[in-house]
Design a protein around this ligand. Structure first.
Ligand SMILES: C[S@@+](CC[C@H](N)C(=O)[O-])C[C@H]1O[C@@H](n2cnc3c(N)ncnc32)[C@H](O)[C@@H]1O
Length: 347
């Protein structure tokens, strides 16, 4: 169990600037506003991980608005430049970007690759590793090229660029081991029966070292995570206020992977396009300090539901929501810690 009263921000910067959060918890705080302004409130060289999913350069406008592809790189670079200042030298930026098509043509946009090159060449990030998030529950789109004309396969992958501020971002892959395959489990049960000294087609020797149980397999950079979570308390709250959930929520497993992989308990995790604040929620559960920034007050207000007890009455949910809409700051920092609540549910 982690220390309950870690300071929310890396310093008293937030107080100095008298920015009050929309709500705060034991470990973090969610702010409503433009991240370009809110990022200034963080100390330089203080953040361990910025994990975020900006509005994509989509042709079809989402309800929260997004930039046209040609202005996208310039727009996102402004955030990237500031993020780099705020990261520690061993800090990481993880950027999730969905793919897109060119207008009126079955040709893919290069915008996500342009962002990658721009961030490295102009902003000075290093590409620590390129990840691909495969979402098997994605619907086949765009309808015109995929369903109607049958010219393209379903687009089910987002590119997730993991940037380092330097060449040596903190990371420990042993914290995110994947379950072993059935074949590997058999090998571990009976290494001698299974082991036949052999050379692989690549010419590498397959030695007995492969029979050692490391607690799981090294995960690949293809993350298979369906976006089909039920988001219990969050969606219950949305229903109580007569709304629907944020349209582009992360599945919790995505931030969970990078938070465990790239940070330690007590580290500071920031999401600058927080939406429904999945990142802050996972950070809280994982015992990391966090700060989340979101421009739309209604999204911020609804995201508070994630931090309420699963049995919170609808009246309480509506009350907190209304308080945040009215720009009152909600303090949940004295509530029962999230980890304890989860433990109570699972034990
Ligand atoms: C793709 S969504 C993020 C969803 C989020 N990952 C989740 O799990 O809910 C992007 C969000 O960025 C917000 N946004 C756009 N421009 C912003 C800005 N300048 N500052 C803060 N938030 C912004 C949008 O309102 C939108 O909710």
């Amino acid at each position: 169990m982690m220390t309950p009263h870690l300071q929310t921000m890396s310093s008293n910067a937030m107080q100095r600037q008298s920015a009050s959060p929309a709500y705060k918890t034991q470990l973090g705080a969610c702010y409503c506003g433009d991240s370009l302004e809110l990022l200034h409130l963080l100390d330089d060289d203080s953040v361990n991980l910025v994990l975020t999913s900006p509005p994509f350069a989509l042709l079809r406008k989402k309800e929260y608005g997004n930039k046209e592809q040609h202005e996208y790189e310039d727009w996102l670079s402004e955030f990237g430049r500031l993020v780099k200042k705020k990261l520690r030298d061993d800090g990481s930026l993880v950027l999730d970007l969905g793919g897109a098509y060119e207008r009126g043509s079955p040709s893919r946009s290069l915008y996500n690759f342009r962002v990658l090159i721009r961030f490295c060449d102009d902003l000075g990030f290093t590409l620590a590793e390129d990840f691909y998030w495969y979402n098997p529950s994605k619907l086949p789109t765009p309808i015109e090229w995929v369903n109607k004309r049958k010219l393209r396969a379903k687009d089910a992958i987002n590119t997730v660029w993991w940037f380092g501020k330097t060449e040596w971002p903190k990371a420990d892959v042993s914290k995110v081991l994947a379950p072993y395959s059935e074949r590997m489990k058999k090998l571990l049960e009976d290494p001698d029966g299974f082991y036949q000294p052999a050379k692989r087609p690549s010419g590498h020797d397959v030695g007995r070292g492969f029979g050692k149980d490391n607690g799981g397999a090294i995960p690949p950079n293809l993350l298979q995570i369906p976006n089909s979570e039920s988001n219990g308390t969050y969606l219950r709250g949305c229903k109580a206020i007569g709304g629907k959930g944020h349209p582009a929520r992360f599945p919790a497993k995505l931030p969970e992977f990078f938070i465990r992989f790239l940070t330690d308990p007590g580290d500071l995790v920031v999401d600058i396009f927080a939406g429904s604040n999945t990142t802050g929620y996972v950070a809280e559960i994982e015992g990391r300090r966090w700060a989340s920034f979101e421009a739309e007050r209604e999204y911020v207000a609804a995201s508070v539901f994630r931090f309420l007890p699963p049995d919170a009455p609808e009246t309480t949910m509506r009350e907190k929501y209304e308080q945040i809409l009215a720009s009152e700051s909600v303090d949940l920092s004295r509530d029962r810690p999230m980890q304890e609540r989860l433990f109570a549910v699972t034990s």
